[in-house]
Every structure is written in C-alpha cells, then in structure tokens.
Design a binder for this molecule. Structure first.
Ligand SMILES: Cc1cc2nc3c(=O)[nH]c(=O)nc-3n(C[C@H](O)[C@H](O)[C@H](O)COP(=O)(O)O)c2cc1C
Ligand code: SF4
Length: 423
C-alpha cells in the first residue's frame, strides 16, 4: 500500500514553520499525519515548482523549476538512460547548521522531495550526500522505513568533509569515482553528470520545499515571502547572539527581525551575511535590509545559504576576516592558480593587517592580489574569499588606518564566531 492511500490530505500550514519542525518528526507515520499525500507529481509537479518561484537554497538561488525541467527534458531524449538526482546535504560551510538540522528533524520531508524530484526528472538513481558519517545511520533507518514506496533507490553517501567537496561538480566527480574536487565546467552536471547522465544536484532544503509544493501547491508556497523571493528559508545565526542556531524565516523579513529572536548580545557593529564567502554589512545598513537574495544583493552582500554572523561593538572585523580567509586558503583543491598562489598570500596579508601592522606596502599588495584571483578558479571559492576580504577592507577602513599603529584590542580578544583550525 502506498503512503497516499494510507493518509488523508493534511491542512497546509498557514505560517511558520514550514520545513523545519520545532521537534524531530518521529518516523514515517507521524510525517504522513503531518503532511498527507502529494497531489502533484511528474510534469504537473515541474509546472507547480516553476509557478512557485522556488529558488535553490544551496547558495546560488537558481530557479528550482527551471533546473528540474531541464534535467527532465534531457532524460527524456532518445538514447538517454534516465537521469540521476544528487541531494546536496553536505553543508560544508562551517558556519551553517541548517541542512543538518533539517535532516535530523524532518528526514522524510527531504526523502519525499528526493522521491518526487527524482520521479519528475526521470531519474533512475538518487544519492543523498552528507558530510558526517554520524548523519548517515539515522538517514539509512528512515530510508529502510520507506521500503518500496519510492520510485528510485536512494544511496546515502559521505564524501570527504572539505569546503569544496560540496560544490556540485565536485560531488559529481566524486560519485563518478574521482576525487571530490570541482571540475572545469562545462559540461554542467545537468547536461552530463553522474555516469554521463543528466544530473540534478539540489540542496536538501530545496527538495524539502519541493515536497511541500507537491502537497499544497504554488499559491500556498507564495503566500509567504516577498513577490521576488517567495517562501521561507532556513537561516543560521551565530556570533554575538545569546541563542545561536537555525531558524526558519519568511524571505524578505528585515534582518533586524531575523537577528533579534537569536538574542542580540549588546550593540552590533556589523553582520557578515552569506557566511564565509559572504560580505560584511554595517549594522546601520544591515538591520533594515530584507533577508532575500535580491535584498542583500542590493545592499552589497549575498544571502548565500542563509548565514548571518554578528560582530559586536568592540569586535575586530579585520581579525575575523583574516581567520576566515586563512581557513578558506587551506580548503582549495590546489588545482587552480588562485588557490595555489593567490589565497595564501591574501590570507597572509590580512593576518599582517589584523594582527601586526597595516603597512602601506601590505595594503597595496593585498588590493593587487584581490584583483588577480577573481574569476580565475574552476569554482567560486577564490571569488568568495576575495569578495569577503574586499568587503572587510572597505567596511572596516577606519580600523585599517588604526591598525597602521598595530592591532586594536578587538583583534586580541575572543573571536565573535568559530573558524575551524583558528586559534
Ligand atoms: C565552494 C562551494 C561550496 C558549495 N557547498 C554547497 C553545500 O554545502 N551545499 C549545497 O547545497 N550547495 C553547495 N554549493 C552549491 C552547489 O554547487 C549547487 O549549486 C547546489 O547544491 C544546487 O542546489 P540548489 O539549486 O538547490 O541550491 C557550493 C558551491 C560552491 C562553489
Ligand atoms: S578554484 Fe581552488 S577550490 Fe576551486 S577548483 Fe580550483 S583549486 Fe579547487
């Protein structure tokens, strides 16, 4: 018997939360009671996802329906032996916790999204990629519970836990038996990916939203959010807040209302929006900025995977940035010029500026280096690191001048947020 025959349609949630329940949903039965059966599948579902305006929640905000249609069309071409779906739950960005929270609290919603998107995209195999081995066992248990109900087998895979391993072409490379490093594209995965087949790589939060759209439809989906940014998104708030963690927000919510529920711990100096590859915003500009891809872009930042790191008054944005860029410099796959030569030098220059002295020589050299790395790598890691460094040098320009005489007290104090490997 299928899930659809067992469970009556559930009432669509009117407000928040949508994808992230406050407590883990225990098992398939509770999940079925909560959401009921899907109403849309196949081509109908693709149309509904297109109408919903859902964009990818993995960072690039690409229209989910367009990607789904494109893979489905390729899978339907004569001679094509079906497509492959890769659910990206890697969350390699150390400042993010949203995908792990979602997979832990609503695994069946993600698995529904995988099944429905795989069915619509003509996939014959699906992979669910996560970065930690301890995530795999509970997911495998959830998959076992669904035995026989899904149109494609779902394999849980744990690629190496590195920053670039979760980039889509790196995942494809890994699933094809190679190292988990980005490939020089094209062909893009949706054209030729796993085993040469059209491959839909989608973030797990995107897929959870597909599962909801399949039940409640596009109009329901658009009933929250902004016209250009419909729906909700998971965000991770950390730094100078009393309750760091993951929240579900309505897209377009002013940043103030995203940050305040996390309990701002004193005056805010700036916010790093978009995580380790994001940009700094001054608190005075940040607070009224709509939390959406377009809203943050207009403010000179990015929504990315919904990461907001709060820098307190008295903190040192140059020191925080130097730690992040040093981490990113160690994450390159070592196959492109900017990662081999540019990023380590930029990291060293920022450390000199933040922790020793911002001499005119080091300032000249860091600006030159930033111009050299942009757009030169196979993936966007160097671009992200350069963007972050440039935004720090600009926003904390007064601090740079003060650092000509040596580091400020904030640079010697406790970091606002953790960076792997940083002291
Ligand atoms: C360096 C780098 C790291 C990335 N890491 C992730 C990640 O951890 N999770 C993710 O979903 N997407 C990540 N992406 C984006 C993926 O390449 C891809 O665009 C995404 O998984 C597509 O899903 P979406 O359309 O649902 O957002 C990363 C991209 C880059 C350049
Ligand atoms: S730019 Fe850096 S991280 Fe990206 S593929 Fe090239 S070496 Fe790897």
């Amino acid at each position: 018997m299928t899930l659809e025959m067992e469970v009556p349609a559930a009432t669509a949630p009117a407000g928040l939360p949508r994808v992230l329940p406050p407590e883990p949903v225990q098992g398939l039965r509770e999940h079925g009671q909560r959401h009921g059966p899907a109403r849309f599948a196949g081509q109908e579902l693709i149309g509904e996802v297109e109408r919903s305006g859902l964009t990818g929640r993995g960072g690039a905000a690409f229209p989910a329906g367009r990607k789904l249609r494109s893979v489905a069309e390729r899978a339907g071409r004569p001679g094509c032996r079906g497509s492959v779906l890769v659910a990206n739950g890697m969350e390699s960005e150390p400042a993010s916790a949203k995908d792990a929270s979602l997979l832990a609290r609503a695994p069946h919603l993600v698995l529904d999204g995988i099944a429905l998107a795989a069915g619509a995209a003509g996939a014959s195999q699906a992979y669910l990629c996560v970065s930690r081995p301890d995530q795999a066992e509970p997911l495998l248990a959830s998959i076992r519970e669904r035995a026989g109900a899904d149109p494609v087998p779902v394999m849980v895979t744990v690629p190496p836990d590195r920053y670039v391993a979760s980039e889509e072409s790196a995942l494809v490379h890994y699933l094809n038996g190679g190292p988990a490093v980005p490939l020089f594209v094209p062909p893009r995965p949706f054209e030729r990916g796993v085993r040469g087949r059209p491959t839909l790589v989608a973030n797990v939060e995107t897929l959870a939203n597909v599962a909801l759209i399949a039940r409640y439809g596009a109009t329901w989906f658009r009933s929250l959010g902004a016209p250009g940014a419909p729906g909700t998104a998971l965000v991770t708030v950390n730094g100078a807040v009393r309750r760091p963690g993951v929240h579900e927000i309505e897209l377009g919510t002013p940043l103030r209302d995203v940050l305040e529920p996390a309990g701002l711990a004193g005056d805010v100096q700036a916010v790093l929006a978009g995580g380790f590859s994001g940009s700094w915003l001054a608190a005075r500009d940040a607070m009224d900025t709509p939390a959406s891809a377009a809203g943050l872009r207009a403010a000179g930042a990015s929504f990315g995977a919904g990461i907001f790191l709060v820098l307190p008054a008295g903190g040192c944005g140059l020191a925080e940035t130097a730690r992040v860029v040093r981490y990113l410099a160690g994450q390159g796959a070592g196959q492109c010029g900017p990662c081999l030569h540019g990023l380590p030098e930029i990291a060293a220059a920022l450390e000199q500026i933040a922790f020793r002295a911002a001499t005119s020589r080091v300032l000249r050299s860091v600006h030159q280096l930033l111009g050299l790395v942009e757009g030169r790598g196979a993936c966007h890691l160097p671009d992200g690191a350069a963007k972050l460094a440039a935004s720090a040098l600009w926003l904390f320009g007064d601090d740079v001048r003060r650092h000509q005489r040596g580091p400020c007290p904030g640079a010697r104090g406790r970091p606002a947020f953790a960076v792997p490997g940083a002291p």
